[in-house]
Design a protein around this ligand. Structure first.
Ligand code: ZN
Length: 310
């Protein structure tokens, strides 16, 4: 058995995963804004608690665990989270911290890459040669498979698809730039905009967002928010499609819960627009088969085996 840890901008999920990629037990915690003040210590303490709970759920101990894999947002290098703006983490040696307590191999990778690898091995990217995975939750992360291989440069992790500028001088992004794809099309920012425009308390949960969007389909404010979202989402997707011309784009992260509200309409908008240069290659746009569990499962797949997955 392996332990997979998925750190999102607003939640941490820990799962016990078997060799077939099945999650045998899972425990999660939602992160509040206060948790990000002393993020390093808070995250380690949540992870320790959640590991204890999943082991207990299966009557297992750490001696039964082959490895621990961590999927984290942001820039990852050699076991260090160099920068994860949505979690307020900088140069955080998370592997070193966890190694003090767990005497098992511990791996760290970018969350979108982990989720993409899980979808490639067990989900909706299986069988495709050229494909893109977008993890759309608190932020936006991405991974690209080109001719069957995950693209990565030797120097830096790259593929910061969420931080391509889609509106010069537009909305402020957590990275400091204005007008990033993430500032318009992440579910985290959709939550903020809906709360702001509807005059609600500052933070609404994902469940509240889904209820508001579903119960107010005729509300003019919600209509405008969704139109704005879809137009910007379509531009971001079109840029990615024009560069990589993938056969398929799989969307993971919490956007999987909004297919009927957002994704169907964005596909339709894209088809009618002139945003796609080569219309012959309009890709399939699908939801992640593993839904929000792709990060936990992908964190347990060790990258050296990647070429066997294609
Ligand atoms: Zn940005």
């Amino acid at each position: 058995m392996k332990i997979g840890i998925d750190m999102g901008g607003s939640h941490i999920g820990v799962g016990l995963v078997n060799d077939m990629g099945d999650i045998l037990a899972k425990r999660e915690v939602n992160l509040e804004s206060n948790d990000k003040i002393d993020a390093n210590n808070t995250i380690i303490s949540y992870i320790n608690k959640l590991i204890g709970r999943v082991l207990e759920a299966k009557d297992a101990s750490i001696d039964d665990i082959e490895l621990i894999g961590i999927a984290s947002p942001g820039v990852i290098k050699k076991g260090i989270i160099v920068k994860a703006d949505n979690l307020n983490l900088n140069k955080f040696n998370i592997v070193g911290e966890l190694k003090k307590k767990y005497n098992v191999p511990i791996y760290l990778d970018n969350d979108a890459k982990c989720a993409a690898i899980a979808e490639k091995e067990y989900g909706n990217l299986k069988g495709y040669v050229d494909s893109v995975f977008l993890c759309i939750g608190t932020g936006i992360g991405g991974a690209v498979f080109w001719d069957g291989h995950l693209l990565e440069s030797a120097r830096t992790p790259g593929f910061e698809l969420g931080h391509m500028t889609i509106d010069i001088g537009g909305r402020k992004c957590s990275c400091g730039n204005n007008g990033c794809f993430e500032a318009y099309s992440s579910i985290g920012n959709l939550r903020k905009i809906v709360a702001e425009r509807m005059g609600l308390e500052k933070e609404i949960t994902g469940k509240q967002l889904a209820d508001i969007l579903r119960n107010n389909s005729k509300n003019i404010i919600i209509g405008n928010v969704l139109d704005e979202y879809i137009r910007h989402f379509a531009v971001g997707l079109a840029n990615i499609i024009n560069i990589f011309e993938p056969e398929i784009i799989v969307l993971g992260g919490s956007i999987v819960y909004y297919e009927d509200i957002i994704v169907d309409k964005t596909r339709e908008y894209l088809r009618k627009s002139n945003l796609i240069y080569n219309t012959d290659i309009f890709p399939k746009i699908s939801m992640a088969k593993l839904k929000n569990d792709a990060g936990i499962v992908g964190a347990t797949i060790i990258r050296k085996n990647l070429n066997k997955l294609t």
